[in-house]
Ligand binder design. Structure first.
Ligand SMILES: Cc1cc2nc3c(=O)[nH]c(=O)nc-3n(C[C@H](O)[C@H](O)[C@H](O)COP(=O)(O)OP(=O)(O)OC[C@H]3O[C@@H](n4cnc5c(N)ncnc54)[C@H](O)[C@@H]3O)c2cc1C
Length: 389
């Protein structure tokens, strides 16, 4: 495939690539976006399934942000609906409890009847095992919530999610999850704005890429020869793949999605009688599944009534066991993968005059959608200034 001469080549039509494309096009720069997949929107891709329900092909994507610039920007290209995402954890006993851990969780697990945050804090202080500088996720959790809550909520879950024991996982992975001692039961911080695109993410991406200076080629994999005649390249492809893995492989966890369609009157627990407002249930037991999504409970996802409901269970695995689908960079306690990544960044600095690596796989980081948008808005602005566009 020939890339448009002297245009900026963008590899990947996910959030990183699409935000760069839109910003550059609005500044009169011609861009050519390629994606190896047959659709736009990257991992945020959604589509309406046979049950008349919108399903996100690569797992539930809930948009939340505390960044006003990002919020204003996304609202220029689609209408969005406010929502509050709530998740429940199903314990091995079958009991459903708040997730992330809060005061109600503490009461449910310890049979207490605390009513104030101070009581919750005091209890956690009593059961915590202090560690001055936690060197892994197990030590970090033990020092915050003690052994029982760690083993119940995090031990089997971590093993299936990351394929490693808590002792071998970097504490930074777990630090992302809030631990609360009040009764707040929202999944995301209450300071975040939570919105979902009325017509779905794919429709939002269609609007983003709908510009006379943007050309999109799907089913098109990156090839080094494409760099010969382009003005510049922004690549959201895996950085190790670009350099032919010469510094070693950057591993990822992946997820196999198991979809099932159920007649409306046969929907079983925990959603039956399906008045529960929780669209996602996390499984803390040692089954292979980490969570399940009931798509009809997300705003605007029931497009037309077919009297059936779609559910999706997630089974984490190594990315080599899932067609090299890269979802979560693996951060081990020894920091080995980050060292490999740093070697790739040294290589990319030498190439900075012709290519920049962007997004989740370009920078080997887990990034939420709003973080990718923010980084891409800033990156595009900098490039435009440096190139006096
Ligand atoms: C299961 C899951 C759930 C998530 N849930 C949330 C959530 O609830 N809220 C939230 O904010 N974030 C969520 N995220 C994160 C969100 O998916 C990312 O922030 C976002 O997708 C990052 O965008 P990106 O453009 O960097 O990557 P991607 O969306 O992965 O896009 C990269 C694109 O590059 C293409 N590509 C790769 N290699 C090549 C190549 N060689 N040639 C051509 N094209 C190539 C890929 O096909 C892909 O389309 C979730 C992520 C996962 C995995």
């Amino acid at each position: 495939m020939n890339v448009e001469r002297r245009s900026v080549l963008i590899v990947g039509a996910g959030f990183a690539g699409a935000v760069y494309a839109r910003c550059l096009a609005e500044a009169d720069v011609r861009v050519h976006v390629i994606d190896k997949r047959s659709h736009i929107a990257g991992n945020a891709f959604d589509e309406t399934g046979p049950d008349g329900i919108r399903v996100h092909r690569y797992g539930p994507h809930l948009f939340h942000t505390a960044n006003e610039r990002v919020l204003a920007w996304v609202q220029k290209y689609a209408h969005w609906t406010s929502f509050t995402h709530r998740v429940r954890a199903q314990l091995p006993s079958g009991v459903l409890t708040a997730m992330p851990i809060n005061l109600d969780t503490i009461n449910a697990v310890f049979g207490t009847a605390f009513s104030t945050s101070d009581q919750g804090k005091e209890h956690l202080k009593k059961i915590a095992i202090p560690v001055a500088n936690p060197s892994n996720a197990a030590e970090y959790l033990g020092s915050r919530i003690g052994t029982l809550l760690t083993d119940l909520f995090f031990r089997p879950y971590t093993k299936k999610m990351w394929g490693v024991n808590l002792e071998d996982l970097s504490a930074s992975v777990i630090k992302r999850i809030p631990l609360r001692t009040d009764q707040t039961d929202t999944y995301f911080p209450t300071s975040d704005t939570q919105i979902m695109p009325n017509l779905g993410y794919t429709s939002f991406f269609k609007n983003l890429l709908d510009h006379p200076l943007i050309k999109v080629s799907l089913d098109t994999s990156f090839d080094q020869a494409m760099l010969s005649d382009v003005r510049y390249c922004f690549a959201s492809m895996p950085i190790d793949e670009f350099y032919n893995f010469r510094e070693g492989e950057l591993p990822y966890r992946s997820i196999r999605f198991h979809h099932r369609s159920v007649e409306i009157d046969k929907v079983e627990a925990p959603w039956s009688p399906f008045v529960l407002p929780y669209s996602v249930i996390n499984y803390t037991d040692s089954s292979p599944y980490t969570r399940e999504t009931a798509w009809h409970l997300m705003p605007n996802h029931l497009e037309h009534e077919t009297y059936r409901r779609t559910f999706t269970r997630e089974e984490p695995c190594d990315y080599r066991d899932n067609f090299m689908e890269r979802y979560y960079p693996v951060k081990t306690a020894d920091g080995l993968n980050e060292k490999i990544y740093r070697r790739y960044t040294c290589l990319s600095e030498l190439d900075a005059s012709r290519i920049s690596f962007i997004g989740r796989c370009g920078t080997y980081q887990y990034l939420d959608m709003d973080q990718v948008i923010n980084q891409s808005l800033t990156g595009a602005e900098k490039w435009l200034q440096a190139n006096r566009c």
